[in-house]
Design a protein around this ligand. Structure first.
Ligand SMILES: Cc1cc2nc3c(=O)[nH]c(=O)nc-3n(C[C@H](O)[C@H](O)[C@H](O)COP(=O)(O)OP(=O)(O)OC[C@H]3O[C@@H](n4cnc5c(N)ncnc54)[C@H](O)[C@@H]3O)c2cc1C
Length: 429
């Protein structure tokens, strides 16, 4: 729901903006993966000049209503806010979401960078944060862009992963429409590797950006993982598998966004008991503090410093065997490492097990592309986001960049800049 009652909100928002010190050295901007000029947009909010605030954000981002809601602010902009040293940081996320929502409500335009039409065509494969941002940057600079997306809607994980209770589809749809309205063409339900191949696009387009994400759940490699009733968290959220949770017990393994979102979704779908099992300490959880607190309030239980070592059942899951861990300092490791405590094993009854221990690219597709890969199976890019093929650039989760929306978006924007440079250089040859 768009922030209702914006006039009422305005007073609150302005109070929050006034709290910003407007520092000369912008630590918040340094903390933002997109490099948003945070003090400047907040300065405009203080003056109630919302359209100007919106344009400042548009200089670096096209995802403000989304980033304002779901970025891990405490480890990015707000974590770097000088106000946070002695007290609470400025609510940067909330302010950004407010201005982003204003952009939707009041139909502020995302400004173009150039009115000159360039005679070059670029294909963007994948319409998640990386692809949407790359496409927006290219079209704002006058290039012709077509997005090829395997689904009938754009958004990537924003649509097929992050649940409605964290990111409203109404906001997502409206922001995506705003981006498409810049003049981007979209080919829906066109899957790379199935409906067309890279070589064909290379012949048709001057450059290609690949942003197909990495939304396959990693496996743990433990006994019983193949049993019926064991699912990957990414797949559960993406495909909304028709599973009956009412009255069931569920164990979710992991400590990041996927673990938190699956656990909270499953609880809302009626599960009797949801246990998140995480092998490290609570303070080491990659999920945002507010997500952990929300999960606790919703009745989800946490077993910290606990590892699942075996899934047990005749045909389907019946139990899991767990072991307690202790955290040990190890040479060469940046943080303490969990080590199993011998003899601390215990058994838990459960109906389902959800693996949320990491995400990886879809092997079949990345291997079929004929591109050089990293040792982790991601698409290898150089410092200019270029793959091993001259015309093909890539960004976002498929390249193994830090898996957050803002980092994926940044890589789309920077890859677009690299593509433009490549196309401009090509003109003079
Ligand atoms: C459950 C979950 C919760 C998360 N929560 C947060 C959060 O709160 N905050 C945060 O910052 N980050 C979060 N993340 C991470 C963030 O969503 C990702 O880092 C980001 O979406 C990556 O963007 P991307 O564009 O690289 O890939 P994606 O978002 O995965 O988009 C890839 C796009 O490519 C399309 N595609 C895939 N294969 C093909 C093909 N063969 N042909 C054509 N199109 C294709 C897909 O349909 C999709 O539209 C979360 C991730 C998950 C899984």
């Amino acid at each position: 729901m768009i922030q209702k009652n914006m006039e009422y909100c305005k007073e609150e928002i302005n109070k929050k903006a006034e709290y910003c010190l407007g520092c000369k050295v912008k630590m918040c901007t340094k903390g933002c993966p997109l490099g948003n000029d945070i003090t400047q947009f907040i300065a405009y909010v203080k003056e109630k000049k919302y359209e100007q605030a919106y344009h400042i954000l548009c200089n670096t981002s096209v995802l403000s209503p989304i980033c304002g809601r779901i970025c891990p602010h405490k480890s990015q902009c707000e974590g770097a806010c000088v106000r946070g040293i002695k007290g609470d940081p400025v609510c940067i996320g909330e302010l950004e979401a407010y201005v982003g929502d204003m952009g939707i409500e009041k139909q502020y335009q995302i400004p173009k960078f150039s009115e000159e039409k360039k005679e070059k065509r670029i294909a963007v494969i994948g319409g998640g944060p990386a692809g949407l941002t790359a496409a927006a940057w290219l079209i704002r600079n006058g290039y012709e862009v077509t997005i090829y997306e395997k689904y009938d809607k754009l958004g990537g994980i924003l649509r097929h992963g992050i649940p409605e209770f964290r990111l409203e589809k109404e906001i997502l749809d409206k922001q995506i429409q705003k981006i498409i309205d810049l003049g981007i063409k979209v080919q829906y339900q066109k899957s790379l590797g199935k409906d067309y191949v890279l070589e064909a696009l290379e012949k048709e387009y001057d450059a290609i950006f690949l942003g197909i994400g990495a939304n396959i759940s990693a496996k743990m490699g433990i006994e019983g993982e193949e049993l019926q009733g064991v699912y990957g968290g990414n797949e559960l959220l993406e495909y909304k598998l028709p599973i009956e949770y009412i009255g069931k017990k569920v164990v979710v393994i992991g400590g990041g966004n996927v673990a938190m979102d699956t656990a909270r979704t499953i609880k809302r779908l009626g599960a009797k008991e949801v246990n998140i099992v995480y092998r490290r300490a609570e303070k080491q959880m990659p999920a945002e503090r507010k997500e952990i607190e929300a999960a606790k309030q919703e009745g989800i239980q946490f077993l910290f410093q606990t590892n699942v070592i075996k899934v047990i059942g005749a045909n389907k899951v019946e139990k899991v065997e767990c072991i307690k861990t202790e955290l040990v300092k190890k040479e060469g490791e940046a943080r303490e490492v969990p080590v199993d405590i011998i003899g601390s094993n215990f058994i838990m009854d459960t109906d389902y097990v959800v693996m949320a221990v990491g995400s990886k690219p879809e092997e079949g597709i990345v291997h079929s592309l004929g591109l050089e890969l990293t040792s982790k199976g991601n698409i290898k890019i150089d410092e200019n986001y270029r793959t091993s093929r001259k015309k093909v650039f890539a960004g976002g989760d498929i390249c193994g960049v830090k898996a957050t929306v803002a980092w994926a978006s940044r890589s789309g924007r920077e890859a677009a800049r690299a593509i433009m440079q490549f196309l401009e250089e090509g003109k003079s040859n």
